[in-house]
Design a protein around this ligand. Sequence first.
Ligand code: AMP
Ligand code: GLY
Length: 412
Amino acid sequence: MKVLVIGKGGREHAIAHAVSKSSLVEKLYAAPGNPGMAEIAENVDIGDSDVEGLLAFAKQQKIDLTIVGPEHTLALGIVDAFEKEGLKIFGPTKAAAQVESSKEFAKKIMMKYGIPTAAYQSFTEKESAIAYVKEKGAPIVVKEDGLKAGKGVTVAETVEEAISALDIAFAQEGGKVVIEECLRGFEFSLICFVCGETVIPMEIAQDHKCAYDGDKGPNTGGMGVYSPVRRITPAIIEETMHSIMRPMASAMVKEGVPFTGFLYGGLMLTTDGVKTIEFNARFGDPEAEVILPRLQSDFVQVILDVMDQKECTLTWSKDVTLGVVLASGGYPASSTKGACIEGIDQVNAQIYHMGTAWKDGHLVTDGGRVLIVVGEGKTLEEAYAKTYAEVKKINCDCLFYRNDIGKKDMNA
Ligand code: AMP
Ligand code: GLY
């Protein structure tokens, strides 16, 4: 088979890596890919927003299966465009991708079908939003509507903080926000392979969204992650599948917007059971980078089976994988380009490229999140020690990372 992976980040590198291990695959392309992906795939110089260019390439090369990484490519309607031409593509249509691109779309379905989530209200006017925040008090969560790469969310501990988040959101044209009850508890991600009512869960991962140690600092796309998560027991996973993931897939079928692709549940284990923080219409990044290396089943075969709506059982390595993100100083507010990265050839762990480029024969930084180093061990403690020993071999003045990935679960 010829397979095309769309995207250029760490998630897509991990997806391409999993595809490259499949016995079904003869040729793997990545568009546009990245320097890490170039080692396992042929990178094609077509941007991940160029739906027409990607479609023309897939037709010309007779690609048998396309896998979409980023949410913005899905929100542009790439799946609709490919399916219209009879090309096989794993991802949701533009309408179904609204489960992520519109917080309100997802919330309305959750409310209608009784899927547990935080109480919310949406606003298009700043004054009424401020009045609502004052009435509810803190803590409270302010979310800008639309795709924000994990950055449009403020978990405000005070009313003042919530109001300044509203100031920023409404300073933008067409400002629209969702204000939510703040959920307290243990956060985890459950990602499923989905096609209509067929929903196959993967193993659990825990992302670390805040920029700095101790969950301090601004929200980011994710600074580190590990899998599995021992606090999330099989009974909790079954509850989540039963009350959240399967009902959501089934609700989308009933609403006439069936979902195909990776359905990502961002979840909170509260004292009142598991509640939904959000759904995403694609694999998590950095979750993909620790979940996929543990998958022992043939990834491409699983996707084909799910698309045929066949039930399948996945097999997983029992090892723990732990990933530490190296990000540019200033991320998420700013990012650097062109700083030299040394020492990655000394690293004895998997590295996925998130934002790198080649410049004058050197690997350089090219974005906010730059690399993720993924180590493994028999236990979380072992995976932690192994990964951080490897992270320290990378030299780049402009990069920083969190030192406490996985620590919360160790202290539990
Ligand atoms: P989102 O973009 O919706 O994933 O939000 C980013 C992060 O903000 C989540 O991963 C949570 O850590 C936090 N968050 C979002 N919504 C809530 C909520 N209702 N209660 C508590 N934390 C939240
Ligand atoms: N890791 C969070 C996300 O992919 O949205």
